[in-house]
Design a protein around this ligand. Structure first.
Ligand SMILES: Cc1ncc(COP(=O)(O)O)c(C=O)c1O
Length: 353
């Protein structure tokens, strides 16, 4: 028997007050949210309730010590108007991978998947139809023990909220190569979606923006020599005819979009290498004029073309976006698979019935 989910629908939807054609990323939230409680060693109850403020004690552990993890995924509509999810089980498994590292309870699959399906059925009309828009889904779990002091914890909440979003980036992004701050180091939490991984990147991001860049390219924590990842994206470059992306060395997130792009590139017969990439290789490729492509991959931004990298005093220019036939084509295929316009031979999409 699957875990019971009690549903308390909203009396009046807020949707009529929201313009789904003109959205700011992550500012609007749908009518409902899922809430599940864990205490006394087990998941106790799971409910879908109207989205709204949650009474919270000022002493909850997540607020003080950052025991908090999250996921990010999207739903779009197919031509018939059915919601489609992209690789949701990958997000489910990654949530539990993050939870294990953060000493949090494993979430049962039926709370995640059935909860998601029920939420989407209720809030389906919030999925925007504009090209590049989607319903962004944010599952997250945090420690709700009322406790000050570093000790093992026992009370957790899992929630899912959803936000109709437009495109994340409208223009190719300018990337600053980190040379002062680090995001992750060996044995840390770089390969999970821990909330604290992001808090520490705010100051570097603000400083990068002040210098005219959109995001920071994180480098290895020892020599600032090898590429890690960008903000909330994995990074790819194409040198000559080979696509390169950093290998999963424990410091970067195993991105669902990264996996999908690698599979699509290989499907088309292109050479892809997952390995350590030094910044010197990128500098040499830009000097020789063979830095043919560079892009970030992530659920929010999909495939985001990189215009240039700022590294020390140098500007490493990538080939113009209009000439990047391969990544443009891969983006097109990825979008087509997500909304059911291309047959899904990989088994990636799940329709919400
Ligand atoms: C740090 C980081 N790297 C990479 C990604 C891309 O992962 P995905 O493609 O699963 O969204 C994300 C976004 O979730 C991220 O936060």
């Amino acid at each position: 028997m699957s875990f019971p989910i009690s549903i308390h629908p909203i009396e009046k939807s807020r949707l009529s007050g929201v313009d789904l054609k003109h959205l700011t990323f992550g500012k609007e939230f749908t009518d409902h949210m899922l809430v599940a409680d864990f205490y006394d060693g087990k998941w106790q109850k799971c409910e879908i309730v109207p989205y709204g403020l949650v009474p919270t004690s000022p002493s909850i552990y997540a607020l003080h010590y950052g025991q908090s993890i999250f996921e990010g995924m999207k739903a779009v509509l197919d031509k018939a108007g059915n919601p489609m999810l992209f690789r949701p089980m990958d997000n489910f498994h990654r949530l539990n991978y993050s939870g294990k590292r953060m000493a949090m309870p494993q979430l049962p699959e039926d709370i995640f998947m059935n909860g998601l399906m029920e939420l989407l059925k209720l809030d389906k009309n919030w999925i925007p139809k504009e090209e590049g828009s989607a319903l962004y889904i944010r599952p997250f779990m945090y420690c709700a023990d009322e406790l000050i002091g570093i000790k093992p914890t026992e009370v957790f909440q899992f929630k899912i909220i959803m936000s109709p979003v437009s495109k994340y980036y409208n223009d190719p992004v300018k990337i600053l190569v980190a040379d002062k701050y680090v995001r992750a180091s060996h044995g840390g939490t770089g390969d999970i979606k821990a909330a604290g991984n992001y808090g520490g990147t705010m100051l570097p991001m603000i400083e990068a923006k002040q210098k005219g860049f959109d995001q920071v390219l994180w480098m290895d924590a020892v020599e600032y020599k090898y590429l890690n990842e960008i903000g909330s994206m994995n990074v790819f470059v194409q040198i000559g005819d080979t696509f390169l992306t950093p290998d999963l060395d424990g410091n970067i997130l195993d991105g669902v979009t990264r996996r999908s792009v690698i599979a699509l590139l290989k499907d088309e017969g292109y050479k892809v290498e997952e390995r350590k990439i030094s910044i010197d290789e990128i500098v040499a490729a830009a000097d020789k004029g063979i830095l043919n492509d560079a892009f970030g991959t992530g659920t929010a931004a999909s495939i985001a073309p990189i215009d240039l990298f700022g590294y020390n005093d140098k500007t490493l220019k990538v080939k113009p976006v209009a000439e990047r036939k391969i990544s443009n084509h891969i983006l097109h295929r990825l979008d087509a698979i997500k909304c059911g316009n291309e047959a899904d031979k990989f088994g990636w999409v799940m329709e919400v019935k």
